[in-house]
Ligand binder design. Structure first.
Ligand SMILES: NC(=O)c1ccc[n+]([C@@H]2O[C@H](COP(=O)([O-])OP(=O)(O)OC[C@H]3O[C@@H](n4cnc5c(N)ncnc54)[C@H](O)[C@@H]3O)[C@@H](O)[C@H]2O)c1
Length: 314
């Protein structure tokens, strides 16, 4: 088996590559990554011997050709930060939509046996109560979530039109080792470690459903192994927390005072609450392995122990 993992030098991609290398030691793992500000070879330092790395852009067919033939594609490559999508929407359309289209064309030519499109629960938009199911209408709010929705619609269209065996995962907000310090949890941890104010948008009451990255990776692997072509799978652990609660948990884990919490003007178009129903992926035998508390402890500890990784990024 030859796996192609695009965006494999990013946060979730690199953690997923570690899982692949462990579970499929005899198979080939090719990573194609543009190494934007969010992608780093350091994220793969412990698996470099187990992979082939290609520095390339999913928007360029000549770069994809360098990967040669492959059996399975996991498409993690994307621009991913909502705030950046508000100031640079074109970049998100280029990578997340046009790049995915290019990769789908590559996969068609290579007759892959699976194309796993990594999407997000943000495609549903906000929900005041209850949880979104896979069949619900998509109503994205930010240029980021709109570009991810477009990408997965395109991927589904390749399944329906050409029979490309596409599987889509929509996970909730991830956290864990190697997450770039622009996303909420690493921002809060690193601010706290340097005793600076912890900034929260608006009232801090926006709700996200948090998922430890290793649990998302096993969910993606389950969808690949057991999911049906054309299938869409929500992946979430049911850890709904307000941003304010998250800030308090980070400070408590570090035995620090809540006075450091500060409120900043809200993000434009900020979705209030995300929540997904996960019965479908659970019916395939998946369940999260880590409690929220254990995941937070592991994450805080990782940032404490790996200053070499985050210091140059600040
Ligand atoms: N982080 C989350 O909470 C979350 C939740 C749900 C879904 N997702 C999705 O999971 C995937 C990975 O997210 P992440 O948080 O690891 O993102 P990330 O920003 O940490 O990593 C993205 C990776 O893609 C690479 N990349 C960007 N443009 C590229 C291009 N044109 N060609 C090749 N590589 C390119 C970057 O260099 C980087 O390595 C994304 O598709 C994202 O939409 C993320």
């Amino acid at each position: 088996m030859r796996f192609l993992v695009t965006g494999g030098a990013g946060f979730i991609g690199s953690n997923f590559v570690r899982l692949l290398a462990r579970k499929y030691p005899d198979d080939e793992i090719v990573i194609l990554d543009k190494l934007t500000y969010a992608g780093r070879r350091e994220n793969l330092r412990d698996v470099l011997d187990a992979i082939t790395f290609i520095h390339g852009d999913i928007c360029r067919m000549e770069d994809l050709e360098k990967a040669g033939a492959c059996d399975v594609v996991f498409n993690f490559a994307a621009e991913t930060h909502v705030d950046r999508s508000i100031t640079e929407p074109d970049l998100f359309v280029r990578t997340d939509v046009l790049g995915t289209c290019n990769l789908l064309n590559y996969a068609m030519n290579r007759e892959v046996s699976r194309f796993i499109q990594i999407s997000t629960d943000e495609v549903y938009g906000s929900i005041p109560s209850g949880s979104f199911h896979e069949t619900d209408v998509l109503d994205p709010s930010s240029p980021y979530s709109a570009s991810k929705a477009a990408a997965e619609h395109l991927a589904q269209s390749y399944y329906k039109t050409y029979g490309l065996p596409v599987i889509t995962t929509r996970s909730s907000n991830n956290f864990g080792p190697y997450q770039f310090p622009e996303k909420l949890i690493p921002v809060l941890i690193l601010k706290a470690l340097s005793r600076q104010p912890l900034p929260l948008y608006g009232t801090g009451l926006n709700v996200r459903d948090w998922l430890y990255v290793d649990d998302n990776c096993t969910g993606i692997e389950t969808a690949y192994e057991k999911g049906s072509p054309g299938g869409i799978y929500n992946i979430g652990a049911g850890n709904e927390k307000t941003n304010l609660e998250i800030a308090k948990i980070v400070l408590k884990t570090l035995t620090m005072d809540e006075d450091l919490i500060t409120f900043v003007p809200d993000r434009a178009g900020h979705d209030f609450r995300y929540s997904i129903a996960t019965e479908k992926i659970r019916k395939l035998g998946w369940a999260p392995s880590y409690s929220f508390e254990e995941s937070m402890d592991r994450t805080v500890e990782w940032y404490k122990q790996n200053e070499w990784w985050w210091k140059p990024l600040l």
